[in-house]
Design a protein around this ligand. Structure first.
Ligand code: ZN
Length: 338
């Protein structure tokens, strides 16, 4: 009886392993695929609501757009067999020619204790990142080869840096524009020079004929005060007028989760439901206060006021070698005049 029982039990266990093994493997695969394949518009999953599906060339879902229900953060989830990576964006229509969007990009992930802590974390996390400012969005890219947990840690740290900067007014001033003293190594004479990473970078940008042509063309298409014609990078003469309160106001008006989103891709080892659950926890924790305001979108832009039909403007550009060339500092952003 005992023998039979043991034998029966071992058969039962074997049968159990065999019978449950196949369905479990199938279920695991199905669960990963099911998450996307079974997804429909308007489905609530782990704090997010699905809005649309992205299909590949075989009409199979490989991604979806979600909206974080509490904060309004937009998530474009893609399943790609690579390291986890994210392209985070913020709607950042320029409000002046001072270059608030671009300056904000320079400050957030490198200045203040929060920015420096994130920068150090990236250095220790097999991470790669970059950032750039476009005409109506600012973009921060991030990836890591150190696995899912490190990705979540970096995402949390980066989003925290974007939402809760603690840079000082002096750091803003030094990054934007200020006067400094330079020594001539030949004769040790001193001279005053305009400094500031953003200022120097934009002076260099507007030495290119195409940048000046693009600026005037945008003004003729939209009108000089239109958000799509203002300099997102900063017009040098206007950059000098930037004050700390301008950049702090710009941050308060734009850097909220409801005005932000990301396109993120994850390997199959990071299935949809788990990713949504982790991101939900992080977003809730970083912006616990319920945001009630509505953020401006392209639909809210004022109507363009184009130049008269047939109008021609000549654009001058520097075409002689300047006596003293400025050195463009090596910085972390790539495009400011798109
Ligand atoms: Zn820059």
């Amino acid at each position: 009886m005992n023998g039979m029982s043991a034998s029966f039990l071992s058969m039962l266990v074997c049968f159990s392993i065999l019978s449950s093994g196949i369905p479990l493997a199938a279920m695991a695969q199905q669960a990963n695929n099911l998450s996307l394949d079974a997804l429909t518009e308007g489905k609530n999953i782990n704090g997010f609501r699905s809005e649309t599906l992205y299909l590949n060339d075989a009409d199979k879902a490989f991604g979806a757009r979600f909206r974080h229900q509490r904060t309004g953060f937009t998530l474009d989830f893609l399943e790609l067999q690579s390291v986890p990576q994210a392209l985070m964006w913020v709607n950042s229509f320029p409000t002046s020619d001072r270059g608030e969007p671009h300056t904000q990009e320079h400050l957030l992930l490198g200045k203040g204790n929060t920015g420096r802590a994130h920068s150090s974390l990236e250095d220790m996390s097999l991470a790669g990142s970059t950032a750039f400012t476009m005409q109506w969005r600012t973009v921060y890219q991030l990836h890591t080869a150190a696995g899912p947990e490190v990705f979540y840690k970096l995402f949390e740290s980066q989003t925290d840096s974007l939402l809760h900067p603690d840079y000082t007014d002096e750091e803003i001033r030094r990054e934007v524009s200020h006067w400094g003293i330079n020594e001539n190594p030949a004769d040790k004479s001193l001279r005053l020079e305009e400094k500031g990473t953003v200022y120097q970078e934009m002076v260099s940008s507007y030495e290119r004929p195409v940048s000046l042509l693009f600026r005037v063309a945008s003004q003729m298409i939209y009108g000089p005060a239109h958000p799509l014609a203002l300099s997102a990078g900063g017009w040098p003469a206007s950059i000098r007028e930037m004050k700390a309160e301008h950049i702090r106001r710009f941050h308060a008006d734009n850097y909220r989760l409801g005005n932000m989103g990301m396109v993120a891709s994850f390997p199959k080892e990071m299935p949809l439901a788990g990713v949504l659950s982790r991101l939900d926890q992080i977003l809730d924790q970083l912006e616990p206060k319920q945001e009630t305001r509505r953020f401006a979108s392209e639909a809210d832009l004022t109507a363009p006021k184009p130049a008269a039909v047939g109008e021609i403007r000549l654009v001058e550009y520097p075409h002689q070698k300047a006596a003293t060339r400025r050195r463009t500092p090596k910085i972390k952003c790539r495009s400011h005049l798109m």
